[in-house]
Ligand binder design. Structure first.
Ligand SMILES: [Zn+2]
Length: 134
């Protein structure tokens, strides 16, 4: 009995080592935020900054601007002045990743931010594309 195309495709996938798929997983840890009095503490800020290879200070600056709050980096955590829920900070973090980490051409997160004279450029290490960012 002749094999269908789907069966042959499945066989081909089965033969691929699992690692091929695992390397493509990009799951940024979720932001852990607690409100203490009139401040919001983003506890795992440094962990996330390391994961997405971005400077914690510039991430915090962008997010705090979005929140309309001032901030302070304290060691591995960030303190925002004001009460902000975990889900709100998460939304801002997702926006940041979408704008400054993910390549708009190929969708991969392996990128670097470069500053030229006037604009910031997101250079993709996966496909080589350069895209201007705000
Ligand atoms: Zn790319």
């Amino acid at each position: 009995m002749a094999k269908t195309y789907e069966e042959m495709l499945k066989r081909a996938y089965d033969k691929m080592p699992a690692i091929v798929f695992e390397q493509k997983r990009f799951e940024v840890p979720k932001a852990k935020v607690t409100v203490e009095g009139k401040k919001s503490i983003w506890a795992n800020a440094q962990e996330i900054a390391g994961y997405i290879s971005r400077d914690l200070h510039s991430i915090s600056k962008t997010i705090s601007k979005d929140l309309g709050a001032s901030f302070k980096v304290e060691g591995t955590r960030v303190v925002f002045v004001g009460k902000f829920s975990q889900s709100l900070v998460q939304t801002k973090l997702d926006d940041y990743i979408k704008a400054y980490v993910i390549c708009p051409v190929c969708g991969k997160p392996d990128s670097r931010l470069e500053k030229t004279d006037r604009v910031q450029v997101l250079r993709c290490l996966a496909c080589g594309a350069s895209s201007a960012v705000k």
